[in-house]
Write a protein of this length. Sequence first.
Length: 129
Amino acid sequence: MRIWFVSLFLLVATFCYSQKSIKKKFRGTYEGEIPSYQVFNGSLPLEIAKTSISVELSKSKISMKIGMLSYEGNLSLSSTETEIIILATIEGLSIPEKITLNKKNKAMIRFGRSPQPNARLTKVKRSKK
Protein backbone atom coordinates (compact mmCIF):
# COMPACT_ATOMS: atom_id res chain seq x y z
CA MET A 1 0.00 0.00 0.00
CA ARG A 2 2.82 2.41 0.83
CA ILE A 3 4.59 1.77 -2.46
CA TRP A 4 1.37 2.57 -4.35
CA PHE A 5 0.89 5.81 -2.39
CA VAL A 6 4.49 6.93 -2.89
CA SER A 7 4.30 6.12 -6.62
CA LEU A 8 1.08 8.10 -6.98
CA PHE A 9 2.58 11.05 -5.10
CA LEU A 10 5.70 11.08 -7.31
CA LEU A 11 3.58 10.92 -10.46
CA VAL A 12 1.39 13.86 -9.37
CA ALA A 13 4.45 15.86 -8.25
CA THR A 14 6.13 15.31 -11.62
CA PHE A 15 3.14 16.72 -13.51
CA CYS A 16 2.75 19.69 -11.15
CA TYR A 17 6.40 20.76 -11.29
CA SER A 18 7.10 20.07 -14.96
CA GLN A 19 8.36 23.00 -17.00
CA LYS A 20 5.67 25.08 -18.66
CA SER A 21 5.93 25.64 -22.37
CA ILE A 22 4.90 28.56 -24.55
CA LYS A 23 1.63 28.17 -26.41
CA LYS A 24 1.89 27.84 -30.16
CA LYS A 25 0.23 31.21 -30.88
CA PHE A 26 2.99 33.03 -28.96
CA ARG A 27 5.91 31.17 -30.56
CA GLY A 28 7.83 32.82 -33.36
CA THR A 29 10.16 35.70 -34.04
CA TYR A 30 9.92 39.13 -32.42
CA GLU A 31 11.98 42.06 -33.67
CA GLY A 32 12.73 45.54 -32.38
CA GLU A 33 15.43 48.04 -31.46
CA ILE A 34 17.38 48.89 -28.35
CA PRO A 35 17.42 52.73 -28.34
CA SER A 36 20.72 54.62 -28.18
CA TYR A 37 22.01 55.54 -24.73
CA GLN A 38 25.02 57.02 -22.95
CA VAL A 39 27.54 55.35 -20.68
CA PHE A 40 29.84 57.48 -18.54
CA ASN A 41 33.43 56.28 -18.73
CA GLY A 42 35.06 58.24 -15.97
CA SER A 43 34.27 61.85 -16.89
CA LEU A 44 33.59 61.32 -20.61
CA PRO A 45 30.19 60.20 -21.87
CA LEU A 46 30.28 57.39 -24.44
CA GLU A 47 27.36 57.23 -26.88
CA ILE A 48 26.09 53.72 -27.67
CA ALA A 49 24.21 53.59 -30.98
CA LYS A 50 20.80 51.96 -31.35
CA THR A 51 20.99 48.24 -32.00
CA SER A 52 18.61 45.77 -33.58
CA ILE A 53 17.34 42.90 -31.44
CA SER A 54 15.59 39.71 -32.47
CA VAL A 55 14.07 37.11 -30.14
CA GLU A 56 12.82 33.72 -31.30
CA LEU A 57 10.60 31.72 -28.97
CA SER A 58 10.13 28.00 -29.42
CA LYS A 59 8.29 25.55 -27.17
CA SER A 60 10.82 25.66 -24.34
CA LYS A 61 13.88 27.50 -25.73
CA ILE A 62 14.81 31.07 -26.57
CA SER A 63 17.23 32.44 -29.16
CA MET A 64 18.32 36.08 -29.04
CA LYS A 65 20.30 38.10 -31.55
CA ILE A 66 21.50 41.50 -30.38
CA GLY A 67 23.43 43.23 -33.13
CA MET A 68 25.99 40.68 -34.29
CA LEU A 69 25.87 38.56 -31.09
CA SER A 70 23.70 35.44 -30.78
CA TYR A 71 22.55 33.74 -27.57
CA GLU A 72 20.49 30.65 -26.76
CA GLY A 73 18.98 29.46 -23.52
CA ASN A 74 16.14 27.90 -21.56
CA LEU A 75 12.88 29.47 -20.44
CA SER A 76 11.17 29.82 -17.10
CA LEU A 77 7.59 31.11 -17.33
CA SER A 78 5.02 32.70 -15.08
CA SER A 79 1.72 34.02 -16.34
CA THR A 80 -0.92 36.57 -15.40
CA GLU A 81 -4.21 37.36 -17.12
CA THR A 82 -2.66 39.92 -19.47
CA GLU A 83 0.99 38.90 -19.85
CA ILE A 84 3.56 36.12 -19.77
CA ILE A 85 6.73 36.81 -17.80
CA ILE A 86 9.74 35.03 -19.27
CA LEU A 87 13.02 34.54 -17.42
CA ALA A 88 15.61 33.26 -19.86
CA THR A 89 18.74 31.56 -18.59
CA ILE A 90 21.29 32.27 -21.32
CA GLU A 91 24.48 30.23 -21.61
CA GLY A 92 27.50 32.33 -20.68
CA LEU A 93 25.50 35.08 -18.94
CA SER A 94 25.19 35.14 -15.16
CA ILE A 95 22.05 37.32 -14.97
CA PRO A 96 18.85 35.94 -16.56
CA GLU A 97 17.09 38.00 -19.23
CA LYS A 98 13.65 39.29 -18.18
CA ILE A 99 11.02 39.65 -20.90
CA THR A 100 7.28 40.31 -20.70
CA LEU A 101 4.95 39.27 -23.49
CA ASN A 102 1.57 40.97 -23.76
CA LYS A 103 -1.01 38.29 -24.60
CA LYS A 104 -3.44 40.61 -26.36
CA ASN A 105 -1.22 42.43 -28.86
CA LYS A 106 1.71 39.96 -28.87
CA ALA A 107 4.19 42.74 -28.09
CA MET A 108 7.27 42.03 -26.03
CA ILE A 109 9.37 44.19 -23.72
CA ARG A 110 12.94 43.14 -22.98
CA PHE A 111 14.18 44.75 -19.79
CA GLY A 112 17.68 46.15 -20.34
CA ARG A 113 20.45 45.98 -17.81
CA SER A 114 21.43 49.35 -16.42
CA PRO A 115 22.24 51.73 -18.18
CA GLN A 116 20.74 49.99 -21.21
CA PRO A 117 17.11 51.02 -21.86
CA ASN A 118 14.22 48.62 -22.32
CA ALA A 119 13.49 47.40 -25.84
CA ARG A 120 10.04 46.98 -27.40
CA LEU A 121 9.64 44.12 -29.85
CA THR A 122 6.74 43.11 -32.08
CA LYS A 123 5.94 39.74 -33.58
CA VAL A 124 7.00 39.22 -37.18
CA LYS A 125 4.20 37.80 -39.27
CA ARG A 126 5.01 34.90 -41.53
CA SER A 127 4.81 35.64 -45.23
CA LYS A 128 2.26 33.66 -47.21
CA LYS A 129 3.59 31.69 -50.15
